[in-house]
Design a binder for this molecule. Sequence first.
Ligand SMILES: [Zn+2]
Length: 152
Amino acid sequence: MVWIHSDTGLYSVAGGVEHLRSNSTEPWWASIIWKKAIHPRLSGMACKIFQKRVPFDNEIQKWDVQLASRCYLCHKEVEDLNHIIWECNVSIDMWKWLSESFDALFEFNGFRQAMDKFNNAGSFIRDIWQAGVIATMVEIWKWSRYPRKFCW
Ligand SMILES: [Zn+2]
């Protein structure tokens, strides 16, 4: 496999980040997830989730594969990205836990709303919060793929 955006044809995380930053057609969320305060591996996983390069039942059904689509977290609703990350009762509990970890009672129902919390705080707190939002988003997705007991 050749990474066409480098001189050597070899992919590197730094090269991938630079390509995303220099690409004028980058999606709105790219500049938010690729930050110094967020580990590139975490940003990369969040990027895959936003680009839907991770499997969701409703996406697989678009390929005419018949599945009994359901959320693996609540076992009630149809599985899709928005439900799993933001609307599922299980993920809402996770967001509440993150918010309480910051001594806050934030409510939000989407990535941009979540990332905008602490915009008026210092950059240190804001960076930690935003890293927490992205890490929680990725962990919720992983948890929905590989259900297991969660130990508090
Ligand atoms: Zn659910």
